[in-house]
Design a protein around this ligand. Sequence first.
Ligand SMILES: [Zn+2]
Length: 124
Amino acid sequence: MALDGTVLEGRGLLVRTGANGTNASNRDYLAICLLIGPDQTPTTAMVEAVRELIGVVQHYQPLATEIIGHRDIKATSCPGDDAYDLVRQSAFQPYTNVNPTPPPVTLASRVEALEADVAALKRW
Ligand SMILES: [Zn+2]
């Protein structure tokens, strides 16, 4: 992820990462690399692009809900203190409209759907 929000694809969304530092973490986590130095702060464009990307990932992998910093799984200063503060503040949580929750099924909506089915059958 570039500072201007440009997304550069590494191995690909459906390919196991090799970036996390351990076999277990490569199995359990995807990797999104912020192209910043340890003393740089992610830009708003970068944070927004990461949020959007995580939303896409979660659309295809709904169980991928935990967002952590590299230092949470390996002895490293990555992703830098400012980016890690953003991780801890949930700044990279995706927008919820990427994978909207379906409306609740109510008795009234089920009756309405059944009446529509019956009406369709009566036309035969
Ligand atoms: Zn890292």
